[in-house]
Write a protein that binds this ligand. Structure first.
Ligand SMILES: [Ca+2]
Ligand SMILES: [Ca+2]
Length: 236
């Protein structure tokens, strides 16, 4: 009798579990399907490249992030791809800190509806210890955000978040935070903190190399330490 009762209870538990997981499955399916509308995000980059943090590894005045530029975009667009070659637009940022070509391309892709939703650019550099915020609109078709700037002065070093997806299971995420590391754009072999405006100091990489984390290079003056933090916060 006890054994029969036990098996009956066991069977009931199994049925309960199955229907609960079916319900969860249905909820997840519904969630997958419900991506609709759009969301506003504020992306914040904080620059940690101060002499207090990095001492003599960096110039006495610290290092800036050149005026940050970015876009929200679809999965068919990558404005910057780690382990691929830098585009001429990203190369301009890495070599000069100027984002004109990058912004022009992103605006063209936006205006011709080729996978870019919004384009944003900072008014000026992010000084050592300071923060910069950019605002983006994303929707279900354009849930990715990419933001990039130069570490300046430097040979060709970048700070970036690339192709960050802000939709999870059909919903816009509310918050994301992470560390910023230095990337080598692969366009210049120099290892010194030289002025980006003095092109005579450039040592062009021949052939051009893929974009890669600077820590993978012997010349990394930051020793792999993070050079800042970013947050991505939904505001509407
Ligand atoms: Ca350079
Ligand atoms: Ca380099």
């Amino acid at each position: 009798m006890i054994r029969q009762l036990t098996s009956l209870l066991f069977a009931l538990v199994l049925i309960g579990t199955a229907s609960a997981s079916q319900r969860t499955g249905m909820r997840q399916t519904r969630r997958m399907r419900t991506c609709s509308g759009q969301a506003e995000y504020v992306v914040n980059f904080t620059n940690f490249l101060t002499p207090r943090r990095f001492g003599r590894r960096i110039p006495k005045t610290g290092l800036v992030y050149s005026p940050l530029a970015g876009a929200s975009h679809s999965n068919r667009v990558s404005l910057l791809t780690v382990r691929s070659l830098a585009s001429p637009q990203v190369e301009q940022i890495a070599e000069t800190g100027q984002n004109g070509r990058f912004v022009a391309l992103a605006e063209h892709l936006r205006d011709t509806e080729q996978g870019v939703k919004t384009v944003a650019g900072a008014d000026g550099p992010t000084m050592p210890g300071n923060s910069t915020t950019l605002r983006f609109t994303v929707d279900c078709e354009h849930p990715f955000i990419t933001v990039v700037g130069m570490i300046a002065p430097s040979p060709d070093w970048l700070v970036q978040v690339g192709n960050v997806n802000l939709v999870r299971r059909g919903r816009f995420i509310s918050f994301r935070r992470g560390r910023l590391i230095a990337y080598d754009a692969g366009t210049d072999d120099g290892a010194e903190f030289t002025s980006p405006t003095d092109a005579s100091l450039d040592m062009p990489s021949e052939p051009q190399k893929n974009i890669a984390p600077l820590v993978e290079d012997d010349t990394d003056p930051f020793n792999g330490r993070f050079i800042g933090v970013y947050t991505i916060r939904r505001v509407a």
